[in-house]
Design a protein around this ligand. Structure first.
Ligand code: ADP
Ligand code: MG
Length: 245
């Protein structure tokens, strides 16, 4: 299995530049799309497939801009929430289960059940999970198995990490591909944006977590996320002792 730690340097610049010009591009794009739709309605002889192609390409650019906006993070402190990771994954999978089923994928979940909470932007974390699940689905065009696990890793210095693993039995990756993960716009897919993992790495680094990958071509891939748990209230484990005094 090839193992690679995710590097942070290549993400920083993109994050800082993204928000500004993503907005600058999205606005004219909305105008262009509106006028093309109007033009099509008034000129029925325009070839339908040409029209569809233009609309699809506009939507694609729009998707890229939305990803870029996600990468940028002007106010990291403002949207913090206490997150129950198991619950969040269950909610996402409830929405995705029919999509997963349609793709002939057996999903198995192994939830810890009583994880400590993680404090961060819930929407961003949700997007990270969706990116990893979606990549897993796309890696198994002929179906396969997806395992999602959560657990907690205790450390000696009273800090702990919540660990989430998304594993698939898909096409896997060679060493060169693994090394490029996280590079903005790196994609091996026909209609990919190559921004899903860039966004994901950035979101996880913001909270001093880590995202590791282990993959083997033809066998499958496992992404493992480490998120720092919110420290428990000091002394809570010894509350019985205190009550004695
Ligand atoms: P996109 O999905 O738009 O291509 P991502 O950033 O999500 O962009 O992924 C980048 C690339 O990493 C993918 O195109 C694919 O080559 C590779 N990749 C990501 N996840 C997996 C996976 N679970 N299995 C195999 N390859 C993967
Ligand atoms: Mg993706």
């Amino acid at each position: 299995m090839e193992r690679e730690l995710i590097r942070s340097e290549k993400l920083k610049v993109v994050g800082e530049m993204s928000a500004g010009f993503a907005h600058e591009i999205k606005n004219p794009l909305t105008t262009i799309k509106g006028f093309i739709q109007l033009f099509y309605e008034q000129n029925g002889h325009v070839k339908e497939n040409y029209y569809q192609l233009v609309i699809e390409e506009i939507d694609r650019v729009n998707n890229i801009m939305n990803d870029l906006l996600n990468i940028a993070n002007p106010n990291p402190e403002e949207k913090k929430a206490e997150i129950n990771i198991d619950q969040m994954l269950e909610d996402i999978l409830a929405l995705y289960s029919s999509h997963i089923y349609k793709n002939h994928i057996d999903l198995e979940t192994f939830f810890h059940g009583s994880l400590p909470v993680v404090e961060m932007d819930a929407n961003k974390l949700k997007q990270v999970f969706i990116n990893l699940i979606q990549n897993g689905i796309e890696a198994m065009p002929d179906g396969g198995r997806m395992n999602i696990r959560t657990t907690v890793e205790d450390e000696t210095d009273n800090s702990s990490h919540v660990i989430i693993q998304v594993e698939d039995t898909g096409v896997g990756m060679d060493k060169e591909t693994i090394e490029k993960l996280g590079t903005p716009f790196f994609t091996t897919k026909k209609t990919g944006t190559g921004l899903g993992l860039t966004t994901s790495y950035r979101v996880i680094e913001e909270v001093d977590g880590a995202l590791n990958v282990s993959s083997e071509q033809g066998k499958g891939t496992a992404f493992t996320i480490y998120l720092p748990a919110k420290p428990a209230v000091k002394g809570s484990r010894t509350s019985a002792d205190k009550a004695e005094k």
